[in-house]
Design a protein around this ligand. Structure first.
Ligand code: GUN
Length: 295
């Protein structure tokens, strides 16, 4: 028997995807098939796996997808040229450039070059601005949006809660904090962001009703950092060496799951927690982009 306090990311993602099927059918009845383009630069193994999973989900849901792979040596002009083509292709409603990019490509320039109305990743400055302003017409970044959905659908009380977000990255930490402090449903929390310069992270963590670990440090969150009964969300994907494992390494989260699970009120498994939700929210953003284009 799995422990009773697990948040079932796979199940909730499946539920969300089920809700999208009808919307996709309605679009197809009007002659519109949602379309999503993936762009990868270089051969980062993790990015290959992530894009592969997203392509597979598109195929399952009947969303058209295409993947464009540029070499590690591609110039910014090459990438911007490709993005221009994808921006102007009417069959595509979403364009996603998989992060991380090679260091010679400026992420700020690249993400500002995806049309905001096709920016299903929520990385364009217009969509980041709309998130900060609480303007619901923007696209929300998929991982934090998926975490909020996980919490909401697991009956976690977010309003008034003390939330501690570990990590201040642009993909998870910062947008997560911005989302949960909005004065709206499934938000309205008191949010603290902790990072590498935070003094006594443990003291902050122990105050949290909801602890979201997204700093990318293997098994950083230990049992003595968690308030008994707190909700713990593990966003981390860290490869650690393990001579006993196949290939000499294995993946672990930012949370010491075995130690923390007995203390937590609810906890996301990893894998099977946040990951599937990121993909489900990407599908949802793509369907929404297609619905808008079809209006
Ligand atoms: N790399 C890690 N997470 C993400 C994401 O949500 N979108 C993109 N484009 N790249 C990522």
């Amino acid at each position: 028997m799995p422990p009773a306090n697990l948040i079932d990311g796979r199940g909730i993602a499946r539920q969300l995807q089920g809700e999208l099927v009808q919307r996709i059918e309605a679009l197809k009845a009007r002659g519109v098939q949602p379309g999503l383009a993936f762009v990868r630069v270089g051969e980062d193994p993790a990015s290959k796996v992530y894009v592969g999973r997203k392509e597979k989900m598109c195929a399952e849901l009947g969303i058209h997808s295409e993947t464009h792979v540029l070499s590690e040596a591609a110039s910014e002009a090459d990438l911007l040229g490709l993005l221009h083509r994808l921006n102007t292709d009417p069959r595509l409603h979403g364009v996603l450039v998989q992060a991380p990019l090679p260091p010679h490509l400026r992420a700020t320039v690249v993400y500002a070059s995806v049309l905001p109305e096709k920016d299903v990743d929520g990385f364009h400055p217009v969509n980041v601005g709309k998130l900060m302003l609480g303007d619901p017409t923007g696209f929300l970044p998929c991982t934090p949006a998926g975490i909020r959905e996980l919490l909401a659908r697991s009956e976690v009380q977010i309003g008034g809660a003390e939330v501690v977000v570990l990590g201040r990255g642009n993909i998870v930490g910062k947008p997560m904090a911005a989302m949960l402090c909005q004065k709206e449903k499934h938000a309205n929390a008191t949010v603290t962001i902790c990072h590498s310069a935070t003094r006594d992270i443990g003291a902050h963590c122990r105050r949290a009703d909801i602890l979201i670990a997204a700093m990318g440090v293997a098994e950083f969150v230990k049992a003595d950092m968690v308030k008994p009964g707190a909700v713990v969300v593990d966003v981390g994907v860290n490869r650690v060496s393990d001579p006993a494992a196949k290939g000499g390494s294995r993946l672990v989260g930012d949370v010491d799951f075995a130690g923390v699970q007995p203390v937590a009120g609810k906890i996301t498994p990893n894998p099977g927690g946040v990951g599937p939700m990121t993909i489900a929210m990407l599908m949802q953003n793509t369907v929404r982009a297609a619905e808008r284009a079809a209006r």
